[in-house]
Design a protein around this ligand. Sequence first.
Ligand code: SAM
Length: 245
Amino acid sequence: MKLDIVTIFPEYFAPLEVSLLGKARRNGLLDVHVHDLRDWTHDRHRTVDDTPYGGGPGMVMKPEPWGEALDTIAPPGATPRMIVPTPSGRPFTQALAVEYAAEPWLLFACGRYEGIDSRVADEARTRMPVDEVSLGDFVLAGGEVAVLVMVEAVGRLLPGVLGNADSVADDSFAPGAMESLLEGPVYTKPPTWRERPVPDVLLSGHHGAIARWRRDEALRRTARNRPELVARLDPASLDKHDLDV
Ligand code: SAM
Protein backbone atom coordinates (compact mmCIF):
# COMPACT_ATOMS: atom_id res chain seq x y z
CA MET A 1 0.00 0.00 0.00
CA LYS A 2 1.22 3.49 -0.86
CA LEU A 3 0.69 6.29 1.67
CA ASP A 4 1.25 9.99 1.01
CA ILE A 5 1.01 12.33 3.98
CA VAL A 6 1.02 16.12 3.62
CA THR A 7 1.79 18.13 6.76
CA ILE A 8 3.61 21.20 8.02
CA PHE A 9 5.27 18.97 10.66
CA PRO A 10 6.93 16.04 8.85
CA GLU A 11 8.85 15.21 12.06
CA TYR A 12 5.56 14.10 13.67
CA PHE A 13 5.78 10.92 11.59
CA ALA A 14 9.03 9.58 13.04
CA PRO A 15 7.04 6.84 14.90
CA LEU A 16 6.28 5.26 11.53
CA GLU A 17 9.90 4.04 11.58
CA VAL A 18 9.37 1.81 14.63
CA SER A 19 7.56 -1.38 15.63
CA LEU A 20 5.10 -3.15 13.31
CA LEU A 21 4.77 -0.33 10.81
CA GLY A 22 8.51 0.32 10.64
CA LYS A 23 9.00 -3.38 9.89
CA ALA A 24 6.19 -3.30 7.30
CA ARG A 25 7.98 -0.41 5.58
CA ARG A 26 11.30 -2.23 5.59
CA ASN A 27 9.58 -5.34 4.18
CA GLY A 28 8.04 -3.30 1.36
CA LEU A 29 4.43 -3.77 2.57
CA LEU A 30 3.99 -0.04 3.23
CA ASP A 31 5.44 2.65 0.97
CA VAL A 32 5.22 5.87 3.01
CA HIS A 33 5.98 9.37 1.66
CA VAL A 34 5.77 12.32 4.07
CA HIS A 35 5.64 15.74 2.36
CA ASP A 36 6.20 19.20 3.84
CA LEU A 37 3.36 21.46 2.68
CA ARG A 38 5.71 24.45 2.92
CA ASP A 39 7.63 23.04 -0.09
CA TRP A 40 4.70 24.34 -2.18
CA THR A 41 4.83 27.93 -0.87
CA HIS A 42 6.58 30.70 -2.80
CA ASP A 43 7.15 33.50 -0.28
CA ARG A 44 10.13 34.14 1.96
CA HIS A 45 8.21 33.10 5.11
CA ARG A 46 6.80 29.91 3.52
CA THR A 47 3.30 31.00 4.60
CA VAL A 48 0.56 28.36 4.76
CA ASP A 49 -2.18 30.25 6.66
CA ASP A 50 -4.22 33.43 6.49
CA THR A 51 -7.06 35.15 8.36
CA PRO A 52 -10.56 33.67 7.99
CA TYR A 53 -13.11 35.31 5.68
CA GLY A 54 -16.06 36.49 7.75
CA GLY A 55 -13.77 37.33 10.68
CA GLY A 56 -13.27 35.44 13.89
CA PRO A 57 -10.28 34.12 15.81
CA GLY A 58 -7.60 31.80 14.46
CA MET A 59 -6.15 31.23 11.03
CA VAL A 60 -7.13 29.05 8.07
CA MET A 61 -4.80 27.04 5.81
CA LYS A 62 -4.48 28.72 2.42
CA PRO A 63 -5.71 26.78 -0.63
CA GLU A 64 -2.79 27.55 -3.01
CA PRO A 65 -0.05 25.38 -1.39
CA TRP A 66 -2.56 22.57 -0.88
CA GLY A 67 -3.66 22.75 -4.54
CA GLU A 68 -0.06 22.57 -5.77
CA ALA A 69 0.78 19.75 -3.35
CA LEU A 70 -2.18 17.65 -4.50
CA ASP A 71 -1.44 18.38 -8.20
CA THR A 72 2.13 17.11 -7.69
CA ILE A 73 1.35 14.07 -5.55
CA ALA A 74 -1.76 13.02 -7.52
CA PRO A 75 -1.46 14.44 -11.04
CA PRO A 76 -4.44 14.19 -13.46
CA GLY A 77 -5.53 10.59 -13.84
CA ALA A 78 -4.03 9.46 -10.50
CA THR A 79 -6.74 8.62 -7.98
CA PRO A 80 -5.60 7.93 -4.43
CA ARG A 81 -8.31 7.92 -1.77
CA MET A 82 -7.83 11.22 0.00
CA ILE A 83 -8.51 11.41 3.73
CA VAL A 84 -8.91 14.73 5.51
CA PRO A 85 -8.98 14.40 9.31
CA THR A 86 -11.40 16.85 10.87
CA PRO A 87 -13.65 16.83 13.95
CA SER A 88 -16.56 17.54 11.57
CA GLY A 89 -16.01 14.35 9.54
CA ARG A 90 -17.61 10.90 9.64
CA PRO A 91 -16.41 8.76 12.57
CA PHE A 92 -13.31 6.63 12.06
CA THR A 93 -14.27 3.03 12.90
CA GLN A 94 -12.77 -0.42 12.53
CA ALA A 95 -15.11 -0.95 9.54
CA LEU A 96 -13.58 2.11 7.85
CA ALA A 97 -10.06 0.89 8.70
CA VAL A 98 -10.92 -2.42 6.99
CA GLU A 99 -12.21 -0.49 3.95
CA TYR A 100 -9.03 1.62 3.77
CA ALA A 101 -6.83 -1.47 4.15
CA ALA A 102 -8.24 -2.70 0.81
CA GLU A 103 -7.14 0.49 -1.01
CA PRO A 104 -3.85 0.55 -2.92
CA TRP A 105 -3.14 4.24 -2.24
CA LEU A 106 -4.18 6.64 0.54
CA LEU A 107 -3.40 10.37 0.64
CA PHE A 108 -3.71 12.10 4.03
CA ALA A 109 -4.04 15.90 4.36
CA CYS A 110 -3.14 17.14 7.86
CA GLY A 111 -4.94 20.32 8.84
CA ARG A 112 -3.70 22.84 11.44
CA TYR A 113 -5.09 26.10 12.84
CA GLU A 114 -8.88 26.27 12.16
CA GLY A 115 -8.53 23.76 9.32
CA ILE A 116 -7.99 23.84 5.54
CA ASP A 117 -9.86 26.24 3.20
CA SER A 118 -12.94 24.18 2.23
CA ARG A 119 -12.37 24.65 -1.49
CA VAL A 120 -9.36 22.30 -1.33
CA ALA A 121 -11.48 19.23 -0.52
CA ASP A 122 -14.25 20.40 -2.91
CA GLU A 123 -11.80 20.71 -5.80
CA ALA A 124 -9.99 17.45 -4.97
CA ARG A 125 -13.35 15.66 -4.95
CA THR A 126 -13.73 16.40 -8.69
CA ARG A 127 -10.79 14.09 -9.41
CA MET A 128 -10.46 11.62 -6.52
CA PRO A 129 -12.58 10.19 -3.67
CA VAL A 130 -12.28 12.42 -0.60
CA ASP A 131 -13.35 11.41 2.93
CA GLU A 132 -13.53 13.83 5.84
CA VAL A 133 -12.94 11.66 8.90
CA SER A 134 -13.13 12.33 12.63
CA LEU A 135 -11.31 10.46 15.35
CA GLY A 136 -13.93 11.34 17.95
CA ASP A 137 -15.87 14.09 19.62
CA PHE A 138 -12.89 16.15 20.76
CA VAL A 139 -10.55 18.66 19.14
CA LEU A 140 -6.85 17.99 18.53
CA ALA A 141 -4.32 20.70 17.68
CA GLY A 142 -3.67 19.22 14.24
CA GLY A 143 -4.33 16.31 11.92
CA GLU A 144 -0.94 14.62 12.43
CA VAL A 145 -1.87 12.54 15.48
CA ALA A 146 -5.19 11.60 13.84
CA VAL A 147 -3.29 10.38 10.76
CA LEU A 148 -0.86 8.36 12.89
CA VAL A 149 -3.84 6.67 14.53
CA MET A 150 -5.48 5.87 11.20
CA VAL A 151 -2.25 4.65 9.60
CA GLU A 152 -1.61 2.30 12.53
CA ALA A 153 -5.19 0.96 12.52
CA VAL A 154 -5.06 0.39 8.74
CA GLY A 155 -1.44 -0.81 8.57
CA ARG A 156 -1.89 -3.65 11.08
CA LEU A 157 -4.68 -5.05 8.88
CA LEU A 158 -2.47 -5.41 5.81
CA PRO A 159 -1.60 -9.02 4.97
CA GLY A 160 1.84 -9.91 6.36
CA VAL A 161 2.05 -7.07 8.90
CA LEU A 162 0.88 -8.97 12.00
CA GLY A 163 2.69 -12.13 13.06
CA ASN A 164 -0.64 -13.94 13.53
CA ALA A 165 -3.23 -12.66 11.04
CA ASP A 166 -6.02 -14.52 12.89
CA SER A 167 -5.68 -12.22 15.91
CA VAL A 168 -7.48 -9.34 14.13
CA ALA A 169 -10.65 -11.47 13.82
CA ASP A 170 -10.94 -11.62 17.65
CA ASP A 171 -10.34 -7.91 18.19
CA SER A 172 -12.96 -5.53 19.50
CA PHE A 173 -15.12 -4.26 16.57
CA ALA A 174 -13.70 -6.84 14.11
CA PRO A 175 -16.15 -7.42 11.24
CA GLY A 176 -18.19 -10.56 11.89
CA ALA A 177 -19.01 -11.89 15.37
CA MET A 178 -17.16 -9.03 17.16
CA GLU A 179 -18.56 -6.18 15.06
CA SER A 180 -20.47 -4.51 17.91
CA LEU A 181 -18.55 -6.08 20.77
CA LEU A 182 -15.56 -5.24 22.95
CA GLU A 183 -13.04 -7.98 23.55
CA GLY A 184 -13.19 -9.45 27.07
CA PRO A 185 -10.30 -9.75 29.56
CA VAL A 186 -7.10 -11.58 28.60
CA TYR A 187 -4.56 -13.44 30.76
CA THR A 188 -1.12 -15.05 30.48
CA LYS A 189 1.20 -17.03 32.78
CA PRO A 190 1.59 -17.44 35.75
CA PRO A 191 -1.76 -19.13 36.59
CA THR A 192 -1.87 -17.25 39.93
CA TRP A 193 -0.40 -13.80 40.47
CA ARG A 194 -0.70 -11.87 43.77
CA GLU A 195 -3.37 -14.37 44.86
CA ARG A 196 -5.38 -13.69 41.72
CA PRO A 197 -6.02 -16.88 39.75
CA VAL A 198 -6.72 -16.99 36.03
CA PRO A 199 -10.36 -18.12 35.43
CA ASP A 200 -10.42 -21.96 35.60
CA VAL A 201 -12.12 -22.32 32.24
CA LEU A 202 -9.08 -20.88 30.44
CA LEU A 203 -6.91 -23.68 31.86
CA SER A 204 -9.48 -26.41 31.07
CA GLY A 205 -8.41 -27.08 27.48
CA HIS A 206 -12.15 -27.23 26.61
CA HIS A 207 -12.32 -25.13 23.45
CA GLY A 208 -16.13 -24.91 23.36
CA ALA A 209 -16.32 -23.75 26.98
CA ILE A 210 -13.50 -21.23 26.43
CA ALA A 211 -15.25 -19.77 23.36
CA ARG A 212 -18.51 -19.51 25.35
CA TRP A 213 -16.73 -17.80 28.28
CA ARG A 214 -15.01 -15.33 25.93
CA ARG A 215 -18.28 -14.41 24.28
CA ASP A 216 -20.04 -13.98 27.65
CA GLU A 217 -17.23 -11.74 28.90
CA ALA A 218 -17.32 -9.69 25.69
CA LEU A 219 -21.07 -9.22 26.06
CA ARG A 220 -20.75 -8.24 29.75
CA ARG A 221 -17.93 -5.78 29.12
CA THR A 222 -19.79 -4.21 26.19
CA ALA A 223 -22.98 -3.84 28.23
CA ARG A 224 -21.00 -2.22 31.06
CA ASN A 225 -18.74 0.14 29.06
CA ARG A 226 -20.59 0.75 25.80
CA PRO A 227 -24.30 -0.04 26.29
CA GLU A 228 -25.20 1.73 23.04
CA LEU A 229 -23.27 -0.98 21.14
CA VAL A 230 -25.44 -3.75 22.60
CA ALA A 231 -28.46 -2.13 20.98
CA ARG A 232 -26.66 -2.45 17.63
CA LEU A 233 -26.12 -6.22 17.92
CA ASP A 234 -27.90 -8.10 15.15
CA PRO A 235 -30.68 -10.10 16.92
CA ALA A 236 -30.06 -12.93 14.42
CA SER A 237 -26.48 -13.20 15.71
CA LEU A 238 -27.61 -13.80 19.32
CA ASP A 239 -28.18 -17.25 20.80
CA LYS A 240 -30.06 -18.36 23.92
CA HIS A 241 -26.94 -18.15 26.14
CA ASP A 242 -26.22 -14.59 24.95
CA LEU A 243 -29.67 -13.56 26.15
CA ASP A 244 -28.92 -15.01 29.63
CA VAL A 245 -25.88 -12.73 29.90
N1 SAM B 1 -11.95 24.58 14.06
C1 SAM B 1 -12.02 23.17 13.84
C2 SAM B 1 -13.36 22.68 14.35
O1 SAM B 1 -13.84 23.14 15.37
O2 SAM B 1 -13.92 21.74 13.74
C3 SAM B 1 -10.92 22.47 14.63
C4 SAM B 1 -9.58 22.64 14.02
S1 SAM B 1 -8.34 21.72 14.87
C5 SAM B 1 -7.76 22.88 16.02
C6 SAM B 1 -7.01 21.64 13.72
C7 SAM B 1 -6.90 20.34 12.94
O3 SAM B 1 -6.77 19.26 13.83
C8 SAM B 1 -8.08 19.97 12.06
O4 SAM B 1 -8.05 20.62 10.82
C9 SAM B 1 -7.88 18.48 11.91
O5 SAM B 1 -6.92 18.19 10.92
C10 SAM B 1 -7.30 18.08 13.25
N2 SAM B 1 -8.30 17.52 14.19
C11 SAM B 1 -8.71 18.08 15.33
N3 SAM B 1 -9.59 17.31 15.98
C12 SAM B 1 -9.75 16.22 15.22
C13 SAM B 1 -10.56 15.05 15.34
N4 SAM B 1 -11.38 14.86 16.37
N5 SAM B 1 -10.49 14.11 14.37
C14 SAM B 1 -9.66 14.29 13.32
N6 SAM B 1 -8.89 15.38 13.14
C15 SAM B 1 -8.91 16.33 14.08
